[in-house]
Design a protein around this ligand. Structure first.
Ligand SMILES: [Zn+2]
Length: 354
């Protein structure tokens, strides 16, 4: 039972592609009044002691006695200031924005991840209903703005409960699993993943689809100029059916979770067959104040501004397919998407991780 055990488990989770994408998620360990929590911008798969921040649990607890501004930007700045001030002396790293949530849970160990299979449930129209049915012991938290507001929603939901559940399922986000040992947490993750898998109506189909180079090469060339860099590419049986028309594209046309926004942009651009990619790309940039990171071309495939945006978009496709088994896909609301697009925390995160 130690930080070392948490580091080993964090690496193990971080290296499992079914559980962690691009190092996302975070872990923590409590010892007396100290919370060890992952620092922002560290990948779980390669984390070491330097990737954890030591925080004073009573100072974190005192944050709940404060009243914060109702203005989003002001409130987030005030909370960040208090979080930074809750670090033990000598700590310089910035704690994960989810540190407040880790601190709230009374478990020795907490492992928070965003696996595609779990998000098939959290990003589904009937996610709450299926969570009650499949995991009656879990607490479901509806979509709210991430960061302080989310931690506050969990705190309020826990108040009337006699026992704090080991599983907290967050709509359009992921899952928090707490336990007194890492073995207990491993068992809970196995239970969650195998239960979800057993309830899938259909699995993803990532067999590659070949497209003729006479179609692909000109698109690649055009996008190399627009992205001003290398173009990452992906096309499978799943994307083939999603990219067959404007209507079939809808289930992958927006953002499921904060990570998707940070890495692959708040939404992809869809270009119908024969349409001008450059015109559509420039119109997107003008309308939204940022260029698309992912461009889906009908019957040709998924093109991305680098491997990271592509990896997160592949995750979008997986989440969408899995969500079909739980009532169909449900994106974040426009209000939450806008909040995340403007959120300093995510701007910081995308800077340190790229
Ligand atoms: Zn998270």
């Amino acid at each position: 039972m130690s930080l070392e055990a948490l580091i080993n488990a964090s690496r193990r989770y971080g290296r499992d592609p079914h559980l962690v994408l691009l190092g996302g998620g975070n872990t923590s360990y409590k010892e007396g009044n100290i919370l060890y929590v992952k620092a922002s911008g560290h990948a779980l798969g390669s984390i070491d002691e330097g990737g954890f921040v030591r925080m004073d649990r009573s100072k974190l607890e005192a944050i709940w006695n404060r009243t914060f501004s109702s203005d989003d930007a002001k409130r987030e700045a005030e909370v960040l200031h208090m979080m930074m001030a809750s670090r033990l002396e000598g700590e310089t790293a910035r704690p994960s924005v989810e540190a407040l949530l880790h601190a709230l849970l009374p478990f020795t160990y907490v492992v928070h991840l965003h696996p595609a299979l779990v998000n098939g449930l959290t990003c589904a129209v009937e996610g709450a209903k299926y969570t009650r049915k499949l995991f009656p012991e879990a607490l479901w938290i509806e979509l709210v703005k991430p960061g302080f507001i989310l931690a506050d929603a969990v705190r309020k939901a826990l108040t009337p409960l006699r026992n704090v559940p080991n599983l907290i399922v967050l709509q359009n986000h992921g899952i928090f699993v707490g336990g007194e040992s890492l073995k207990e947490i491993d068992g809970l993750y196995r239970h969650v993943l195998s239960t979800l898998r057993a309830n899938l109506e259909r699995d993803v189909d990532e067999r590659p689809v070949a497209v003729d180079s006479t179609i692909l090469d000109p698109i690649r060339k055009e996008l190399r100029t627009l992205f001003a860099g290398e173009v990452a590419y992906f096309h499978t049986n799943d994307t083939k059916s999603f990219l067959s028309g404007e209507k079939s594209f809808h289930p992958i046309s927006s953002s499921f979770t904060p990570d998707h926004i940070v890495y692959s942009g708040f939404k992809p651009l869809f270009v119908p067959k024969g349409g001008s990619i450059t015109e559509a790309f420039e119109a997107f940039g003008k309308k939204h104040g940022q260029n698309p990171k992912v461009v889906c071309v009908q019957d040709a495939g998924v093109f991305a501004d680098g491997e990271k945006p592509l990896a997160l978009f592949i995750d979008t496709v997986r989440v969408s397919v899995y969500s079909e088994s739980f009532g169909g896909p449900l994106f974040m609301t426009d209000e939450v998407i806008e909040f995340i697009r403007n959120w300093e925390v995510e701007q910081y995160r995308s800077k340190v991780t790229t």
